[in-house]
Design a binder for this molecule. Structure first.
Ligand code: ZN
Length: 151
């Protein structure tokens, strides 16, 4: 066992959720969660791995994948579709909103929408589902990439 500078707060809600899902709340797994919650970049598993690997040398891509999928299943993060890059993008913001993916630069941005909030409330009320997440993903070519394309 290697020691690690980031203390594990066993009372942190995500730590309890991971335990309930049968995963030990290791520093690596908590870092995956915290990273997703802190970034607006909608990273892929590979990008999460590359961002965290320097500070977690023992981290594996498989651990990142497993942790992300577990967090999706718990409703703590959302899994979005691919953005023209054949890789699932993840979103730490689980509040209802629209995601916009650029098929050329593969960036995903957020767009707030009252209609989406209303739609989620409607789906919840009419289905009786306990909603864990949603994929509201529009895709196209972002303004910056349209300029490049026209040149
Ligand atoms: Zn773009």
């Amino acid at each position: 066992m290697t020691t690690h500078p980031i203390p594990i707060d066993s009372q942190e809600p995500v730590a309890q959720s991971l335990r309930q899902a049968g995963l030990r709340p290791t520093p690596q797994r908590l870092s995956v969660y915290r990273y997703l919650k802190a970034t607006a970049s909608h990273p892929t598993a590979q990008q999460v791995y590359e961002a965290l690997a320097p500070e977690h040398p023992a981290l594996s891509l498989a651990t990142v994948y497993n942790t992300l999928e577990t967090l999706v299943g718990l409703g703590l993060i959302n899994a979005l579709g691919a953005a023209g890059d054949d890789a699932v993008h993840y979103d730490g913001d689980t509040r209802p909103h629209i995601n916009l993916a650029c098929m050329q630069c593969h960036r995903v941005i957020d767009l707030q929408s009252e209609s989406v909030s209303a739609l989620q409330a409607e789906v919840s009320a009419h289905s009786g589902y306990l909603l864990l997440g949603a994929r509201v993903l529009y895709y196209g070519v972002c303004p910056a990439c349209q300029v490049i394309r026209d040149e």
